[in-house]
Write a protein that binds this ligand. Sequence first.
Ligand code: SF4
Length: 342
Amino acid sequence: MPPPDSLPPEPDLSLNGLAQPALHERAAALTRQEFGNRVFVRGVVEVSNYCRENCRYCGMRRDNRTLRRFRARSETLAELLLEHRPACVTDVNLQAGEDPVAVREVVLPLITTLRRETNLGISVCLGLLTPALYGELRAAGATIYIMKFECADAAKYAALEAPGTLTRRLEHIRLLAAQGWVVTSGFIVGLPAEQPADLAANLALAQTLPLRGCSVSPFIPGEDTPLCGAPTAPVDGTLNCMAALRLTQPRWVIPAVSALNLTGSDAYRRGLRAGANLVTINLTPPGLREDYLIYKRARFVMTEERVLAVLAAEGLTPSPVGLASLCGNAREPVRPSAALTA
Ligand code: SF4
């Protein structure tokens, strides 16, 4: 593997002038060098929108009394994933607000079923839990934990009322890695009052953590949140951070997050030209996903059709090998069942 590329000191990550295409092209070329034209395709299922946390940027915060709360049924999700998942999906991500009840009642039985019936890679994004519960999830068959640090500045993290403290969040990232999880993280670009130094600090913090990937999410002012009147993040800063991450971490998993679609008509595709190597298909059942209120009820849902169309338009193809193999937890390559290919 070639040595990681280096960035000039204190790069201007908010730039959108002549230097931007070159930055993105270098990141895209490195991504193609490492992964070819293949992009990982993960299905996400949103399991519960109950949340005991109160992040100021999120519509599922506990103080939002206007939201209809749901916990999906494990059996319903199992049928969905066993019988109806798209053939290109090699991995699933089970995601929820911070809701330990859903972890016990829905996620753990679902992982057990998926592990028994499929060779899908299983990621979870479930927030801060106890070490024992992390262990149960790992023992059931999940291998990748997504724990975003959101913002590298501890005071700003606290002002956002993000979960716990930044210190505790980082401790849990390290704990998960020590437990044998493959850990990926993420941060938000364009938060209110963000300074250019904040972007550099986010990138620098990511480098210090035991991660195998990191997302860069544009800030979207969420409905029913205290930050609903703040401006949407400029797409350039988001894409530049993605490119900078790729140049420093050639083998990391860097997703094209669906929120890019809310920052510009071609922003999602530009993400795939700025270092992204993972796309996500939303598999949450209609009727539930409208209430998974990360940003707005009128969501731009990345369906199988949309994801495959974007990949084709960019000259990319779904990877037949899942994330678990990239991360050293290889099982057999996923073979679509007859039911899925019929
Ligand atoms: S960002 Fe996550 S932890 Fe924070 S309120 Fe939303 S669902 Fe809960």
